[in-house]
Ligand binder design. Structure first.
Ligand code: 4AD
Ligand code: MG
Length: 430
């Protein structure tokens, strides 16, 4: 019976064949322990000299790291492994030999590993991170499908900039100028006027010269937009969505969290509602904490966000930022004209901002005024203004950065390990 490492649990005490790669091995005169992987998991194969023919035992001793092979044997229970079972090997069929595999079980530096990212993806921890990423995506579709959102795919090539003009990737669109999308928001707003509740999931690009553990040049964003929805109602959707994702990862990625040695105690506490603190109060709090460098009107840096996050056990919404540090489309706060109806959701444990969201301006004249103040090209926003010309309604939305969320849930330090092939300030290869 041909099966996989993951499915082998259904074949205890039965003989199966699995296509695998060898990740590591240990052998003595009488026994060889093969560490095998097949994409679905990692398993040990035990080759006992007395139980196999001489050629098979010799082969087991000689196999080199990352050689591909079909392995046949009996699946037997083994309580010492994470998996709960291993294979008593009967025969081995080599598919293709690998020699001098660059990533050996010894320690390598991060730059070396990033240069070999196409191979590094095979290692146990990197495999676990990608599985967690996949579970977040699965849980995202589940959440939005279950709550009546329609998936809408905004374009990647665009003529206008939602999040400010300084961080745009420029390209030619035949004889026109174009930009890679920074966010699908403006298109989602249009779609929300057609479908009420919409979401998207796609790549976004920021030509930011940031070299922090939270910044990628290309990252994937989940965005949602809802018509007839005010800022507070949007915050409730955001916290329910994030709580659902966390719960799904805890339930369905136990093995992966274990491989990553993720302390899940804090994740298990994640439940709605999340705390909210206004920007004003956050500035006061930071001053009390001894941050003399922060003045009202300035954006928070990573140390500020971390200090605020550390004050809570849960993700925390920082609401109502100053108008002048946020994009042009945000609805003014009726209680304080210098601030807008927006929030950033800050993850616990120093992982930083994972969501940016806001209520959008729905008044045509005000939006035109803001586009002027930001010195944006009104013509390229004409379609966006049409949404306010023809049956404008209050609406709100948000965007969650996938890689930062993967980093938080899997507990990896740097976002470069949360995308399969990260695009960083100094990296476009592999
Ligand atoms: O806060 P941002 O810039 O918000 C928007 O783009 C809105 N238009 C979304 C919306 O309302 N529809 O980005 C949203 C999230 C951030 O909170 C962060 O998680 C992530 O995207 N993000 C990045 N992730 C990795 N690298 C970068 N350079 C990122 N920039 C933003
Ligand atoms: Mg933001």
């Amino acid at each position: 019976m041909k099966t996989t490492i993951k499915e082998a649990k259904h074949y205890i005490n039965q003989e199966v064949t699995i296509g695998t790669w060898l990740t590591n091995k240990r052998s003595s005169g009488k026994i060889a322990f093969l560490q095998l992987r097949d994409g679905t998991g990692f398993m040990q194969g035990v080759v006992v000299k007395a139980d196999v023919d001489e050629d098979t035992f010799q082969l087991a001793k000689d196999i080199t790291q990352e050689t591909s092979l079909y392995i046949t044997g009996i699946i037997s229970e083994d309580n010492r492994s994470d998996l709960g079972y291993e294979m008593q090997v009967k025969s081995i069929e080599i598919i293709a030999e690998a020699h001098d595999y660059p990533i050996t079980p010894k320690n390598h530096g991060t730059e070396f590993l990033m240069d070999h990212r196409h191979l590094w993806l095979r290692s146990k921890k990197q495999h676990a991170v990608m599985k967690i990423r996949n579970e977040i995506i699965r849980a995202t579709y589940e959440f939005f499908n279950n709550t009546g959102f329609t998936k809408i795919d905004p374009p990647i090539l665009t003529a206008s900039a939602p999040e400010g003009t300084s961080e745009l990737f420029h390209t030619k669109y035949f004889d026109q100028d174009a930009f890679l999308s920074q966010s699908g928001q403006l298109y989602l707003e249009a779609a929300a006027m057609a479908h009420g509740k919409v979401f998207s999931f796609g790549p976004t690009f920021r030509a930011e010269k940031s070299k922090t553990r939270r910044h990628l040049i290309e990252f994937w964003m989940i965005e949602a937009e809802k018509a007839f929805c005010n800022h507070n109602e949007s915050l409730e959707i955001q916290e329910q969505y994030v709580a659902h994702v966390v719960k799904s990862v805890l339930e369905n990625c136990k093995l992966e969290l274990n491989i990553l040695e993720r302390d899940t105690e804090k994740l298990e506490k994640v439940a709605t509602p999340f705390p909210r603190i206004t920007y004003d109060d956050a500035v006061e709090f930071l001053k009390e904490q001894g941050f003399d460098d922060i003045e009202w009107g300035e954006d928070f840096g990573a140390p500020h966000e971390t200090a605020i996050a550390n004050h809570y056990d849960l993700p925390v919404f920082i609401t109502n930022y100053p108008t002048k540090i946020k994009p042009f489309y945000m609805q003014p706060n009726p209680d304080n004209e210098d601030t807008v109806l927006c929030a950033d959701l800050i993850a616990p444990e120093g992982y930083g901002e994972i969501i940016g969201g806001s209520e959008r301006i729905n008044d045509l004249a005000l939006l035109e005024q803001r586009i002027n103040e930001f010195e944006l090209d009104a013509e390229s926003y004409s379609y966006y203004l049409d949404l306010r010309r023809y049956g404008s309604v209050p609406h709100s939305g948000f965007g969650l950065g996938l890689e930062r969320t993967v980093a938080w849930l899997s507990g990896v330090e740097h976002v470069r390990e949360t995308a399969p092939f990260s695009r960083l300030l100094n990296r476009l290869y592999p």
